[in-house]
Design a protein around this ligand. Structure first.
Ligand SMILES: NC(=O)c1ccc[n+]([C@@H]2O[C@H](COP(=O)([O-])OP(=O)(O)OC[C@H]3O[C@@H](n4cnc5c(N)ncnc54)[C@H](OP(=O)(O)O)[C@@H]3O)[C@@H](O)[C@H]2O)c1
Length: 329
């Protein structure tokens, strides 16, 4: 034993610099990972008797948000386009939250008819709607069109949610205080609304389209908050962070294999879906936000949106254009 201790001591003395570097790198990596994980929603508020609707809740951030809100006692409606995947997710959410009051409903945001059908179902069958979370999203897909002929990312990420929210406003008002949470992205910062070519027919670029749609989420939140002032319905938009989800499904396969291999270890540093859901949950439940509306959040704290994200004239114009595109009076 004495010999063994001596050998260890000797080893440490001989390799002091190397050991210090390894320990420092380890501590540094753990600290970096913690920092990248971002804020956590600390609210312990219960949601018994409340109803929440989350779009795109069968995977990623939406599913983790659903688990949290179901754990708080809410009735959670998962609005999804693939009923098989939705069923599997609902089973998992019921099991992880211990709450059986989790239901699935069909919603394809790439179809205005599907959006209207879901809204009709909710208005006819739900007594209340306390939290609407517009979470579903598609990123950097090829040049696809929705059933109604809109460019896919603008159509799903913005127009579908714009129509759904407007159709559900009366129920949200009736259930006030209630909240609308729009999941945007940091990508809005480089976004622009191309009013003269909103479907990007002249110059389609997957990235440009995603950025436009995420800027639209921020502008929609701002204009909606202004229109809902005094109703008890508050609105929030947010960047969830960079998260390991299926969002890169269209973009990832376009990257050369060697780059994907190099990126692999870096993926361990980005947020898990649970970490990525924290800001959405924060905006949905945090008590101190009850009186604020129309702001943008990141890492469970308010953040200044890009200048084009709080331009009232653009927000108003986008509202009018969107209303006309989806056929709202
Ligand atoms: N992950 C990130 O790093 C990140 C960063 C910034 C912002 N965000 C935003 O976070 C939100 C959630 O993304 P995520 O990362 O959780 O991605 P995800 O894992 O790909 O989940 C997206 C969800 O949206 C649904 N969806 C897509 N198209 C739809 C449609 N036409 N109708 C109804 N649902 C549809 C998907 O359904 P299927 O499973 O049927 O396809 C899925 O449930 C998105 O709005 C995204 O822009 C994510």
């Amino acid at each position: 034993m004495q010999n063994y201790t001596k050998e260890v001591k000797q080893f440490v003395e001989d390799h002091a610099t190397g050991i210090t570097l390894v320990v420092a790198a380890g501590v540094g990596l753990v600290a970096l990972r913690r920092w990248l994980a971002g804020g956590v929603c600390r609210s312990k508020v219960r949601l018994d008797g409340k109803t929440v609707l989350i779009t795109g809740a069968n995977t990623g951030i939406g599913k983790e948000t659903a688990v949290d809100l179901a754990t708080r006692g809410a009735r959670v409606i998962l609005a999804c386009r693939d009923m098989t995947r939705a069923n599997t997710a609902a089973d998992e959410i019921r099991q992880r939250s211990g709450n059986g009051n989790v239901v699935i409903k069909m919603l394809d945001l790439a179809s205005l008819q599907s959006v209207r059908n879901l809204a009709k179902d909710i208005l006819e069958n739900e007594e209340r709607l306390d939290i609407l979370i517009n979470n579903a999203g598609v990123m950097m897909c090829p040049k696809w069109r929705t059933e109604d002929g809109f460019e896919m990312q603008f159509g799903v990420n913005h127009l579908g949610h714009f129509l759904l929210t407007n159709c559900l406003l009366d129920l949200l008002k009736k259930s006030a205080p209630s909240r609308i949470v729009n999941v945007s992205s940091l990508a809005h910062e480089k976004g622009e609304i191309y009013f003269d070519d909103i479907n990007l027919d002249k110059d389609y670029c997957p990235q440009k389209s995603y950025r436009q749609s995420k800027l639209a989420n921020v502008l929609f939140s701002q204009e909606l908050a202004a229109r809902l002032e005094g109703t008890g319905v508050t609105v929030y938009s947010l960047h969830p962070g960079v998260i390991r989800t299926e969002l890169g499904r269209h973009f990832w396969p376009t990257i050369p294999l060697w780059k994907r291999i190099i990126f692999q270890p870096l993926l361990l540093l980005i947020k898990s879906p649970w970490e990525g859901a924290q800001t959405t949950i924060y905006c949905a439940v945090e008590e101190s936000l009850e009186k604020t509306s129309g702001l943008y959040y990141s890492d469970c704290a308010p953040k200044e949106a890009a200048p084009q994200g709080h331009d009232a004239a653009t927000a108003k114009k986008l509202w009018d254009v969107s209303a006309s595109m989806v056929g709202l009076a």
